[in-house]
Design a protein around this ligand. Sequence first.
Ligand SMILES: Cc1ncc(COP(=O)(O)O)c(C=O)c1O
Length: 499
Amino acid sequence: MPGRLGRPGPHACPLLARRRGAAGAHQRPRAPRRDRTGAHVTRGRAEVAEPFPDTAEIQDGRLRTLGGIAVEELAERFGTPLWLVDRATLEGRMRAYREAFAAQEAVLGATTTVVYAAKALCVRGVLELADDCGLWVDCASGGELATARAAGIDPRRIVLHGNNKSVAELRDAVDAGVGRIVIDSLSELARLEGIAEAAGRVVPCHLRVTPGVDAHTHEFVATGHDDTKFGLTLSLGLAHEGAARLVASRWLDLVGVHCHVGSDILRLDPYHAAADVMVRFLAEVRATHGAEVGELNLGGGLGISAVPGDVPPELPTYAADLTAAVAEAADAHGLTARPHLFVEPGRSIAGPAGVTLYRVGTIKELPGLSTYVAVDGGMSDNPRYPLYQAPHTFAPAGAVARDGTPRPVTVVGKHCETGDVLGEGVSLPSDLAEGDLLAVAATGAYNHAMASNYNRLPRPAMVLVGEGWAVELVRRETVEDLLAREPSLRDARPPVPRP
Ligand SMILES: Cc1ncc(COP(=O)(O)O)c(C=O)c1O
């Protein structure tokens, strides 16, 4: 069975030729993920480096270096499992976003803001890079807000999200002078108004609207349809009620509207639909409530190439398409001025920059059934396959050649859970051996962010690599770190009664 990255033929290494951005590739939409049962198994016949970061050097199907450093050296120095982040790819994506939208401002007739969605990879150093690249930062909790502040982000360039922000989180955001608070419900609106009044501050707000748009993505990451916990549902009149209350508020300033239709989207049509609905809403707010609301935030959600064949639009195409859709809708719905456009990408910035490096352990052959290749991490460092069968591209890593015929295996982790699977039908050389390194591409987004300590596994280190150097973004957690949070009952005074 053909595999994803698979093992190449003896001389095969046309890898770098098929990078993201290959001419014409961006135009090809894919089927909705939930309709592609098993698609990840049969993709990737070609030995492509497509999902690996820009500096990945791949020879004969093996990941040899990243950021100019041999992967064995990285594994030796920092241990495994290891989250690697390629600086060139990360910064390249951040700058490319900024440039792609800046290039459309003349056509749009309005300014644009790119907000990095920190939830994808919320690490201080990453937020510092986002800031250096001219991006704002979107935070979805008090913890993300504190991280952004620790990274020195100007609070005025922070957007605060969350469907259930606590009073403390709202208060902290108001006190810090966060640039935009995105109101997610009518009850939150009332809460925030009280907090703003008590602080004596007028708070700039976006109203999160649920536009009723199908994003053609996995149901766990779709957010634009009506029946969701996020935002104020347009079709039920909640968005209009929210707008009316905000327009009447002395303490909350309705400066914009927001929507986010979902994540991991590889097609442009959900964005067209969202732009049209949201611009029409802006026109209705003006007509009904007499308010000129000048900002439109269309959220994030652009997908990435996690397996060859998943081809997202190129950023210039996406930016041109989105701004054209907004401009067209503004004309169609009679807006007097084009809105200032915000976008909030997370996965499409951090995802392609990440590679996870594992060490292979037990290889279990079940003749006639399956072969299991177990690695030294698993669902605790990458919960996305167990959660929603996110497809991944695997490659043997390091210099040791393995020439065995490729065969399909199930890559599993080391957790006490049958669902602890990282990939099925993964084509790996039959002579892959215990102790080998195995790399997984495009793991920069929502892996570290959603990692756990299941089975008491300390979370891996995260290392930024580039031009021959490597620096820790996050140090490896230790069992001592975990124990440090847990006082012994034996030390409790007065003694805890024992049953
Ligand atoms: C409000 C909002 N903005 C932006 C994002 C980022 O989405 P993505 O990482 O898919 O670009 C999300 C993700 O869930 C979100 O909920």
